[in-house]
Design a protein around this ligand. Structure first.
Ligand code: SF4
Ligand code: SF4
Length: 69
C-alpha cells in the first residue's frame, strides 16, 4: 500500500501491444494525460494520474487497454 495518493489506490494501466493499432484514441480520450505518443506506439506514461474513469477502455477499438482498480 505504498502507492496511495490523495485517498485512492493507484490503478494499473496496461496496453496489450499485440492488440494496439496505434490509433491514438486513448491519448485524446484520457482526461488525465496518462498516455504518451511515442510516434509509432503509445505508452503509459503517467499511470499515477489515472482516476480509473474507464474512458480509454471504452474507447479503444481493439480492447487493448486494461485498467485494474
Ligand atoms: S486506443 Fe487502443 S488501439 Fe488505439 S492507440 Fe490506444 S491502446 Fe492502441
Ligand atoms: S481510465 Fe481514465 S484516467 Fe485512467 S488512463 Fe483511462 S482514460 Fe485515463
Amino acid at each position: 500500500m505504498s502507492t496511495e495518493k490523495s485517498g485512492h489506490n493507484m490503478p494499473e494501466v496496461k496496453i496489450d501491444e499485440n492488440r494496439c493499432v496505434n490509433c491514438k484514441t486513448c491519448i485524446s480520450t484520457c482526461p488525465m494525460g496518462v498516455y504518451v505518443d511515442k510516434g509509432d506506439s503509445v505508452e503509459v506514461g503517467a499511470q499515477e494520474e489515472c482516476i480509473a474513469c474507464m474512458g480509454c477502455v471504452a474507447a479503444c477499438p481493439t480492447n487493448a487497454i486494461e485498467v485494474i482498480e
